[in-house]
Design a protein around this ligand. Sequence first.
Ligand code: G1P
Length: 286
Amino acid sequence: MRVKKAVIPAAGLGTRMLPATKTVPKEMLPLVDKPVIQYIIEEAVEAGIEDILIVTNRAKSAMDDYFDYHPELERKLAASGRDADLEAVRRAADLANIFYVRQKETLGLGHAIWRARRFVGDEPFAVLLGDDIMKADRPVIGQLIAAAEKYDAPCVGTQPVAPEAISRYSSLKLEPLEDRIFRVTDMNEKPTPETKLSDYAILGRYVLTPDIFPVLEQTKPGYGGEIQLTDAMRELCHTRFFTAAHFEGRRYDTGNLCGFLEATIDFALEHPASGDWLREFLKTKL
Ligand code: G1P
């Protein structure tokens, strides 16, 4: 198995970051000096992904524009000798081969992934959720790809979360295979304290195989009345070998205000243009 394609579902309404996301797609909110979605695409590219499909909706055209050339702006930057800005603006458009498909109706994550079936064909593919931003020495999706390729099986990214937090995620039933790699034997979406399978949560990164599509096609609406990817994966893990990688790295949930601010502060502290200044500024505030 070799993973060369990725799917980024970005058709959510962004109701957790209102009012900002009333008209600005949540994927376009700036994290320091780049939109959130650029971090996701850079992670995929760093892991060797060449083709990326973004599943969008009618309110997301700012995102397609961002990954396109902008000749008028580029001419202006070139004429005024702003080479670094010009380079940054061009780089975003040249990061990867980016394709788009619209979800048309917000029927859930499983349905968004199902919209990718033509793009994926019969290849394995990565899935990166736009709300989950990772800071890691080795791209998190690359860690999953390594496990998926080794075991020739799908792989979900996981970390243990606090017992009171697991109800916000999918929980996993796991059997150890080797250091940080598990076999998945069951999973459930948004468990209660009674139904949770463990405190290992799926956190926004997946490597899937095309056999997920026929299952998705049959998957009935589940939690929240939506077609859940977890429900389809659950069925698959009962019939085929399925793995999970306890990835190394810090995950930020940028879909809510506090997670977004954590990511902003951590990334700004590391950014050459703002790190030293922010450290001093925070000292004066605390
Ligand atoms: C989604 C998935 C869930 C996963 C979570 C974190 O939930 O449905 O299984 O654990 O992302 O990646 P959401 O955050 O959309 O409620």
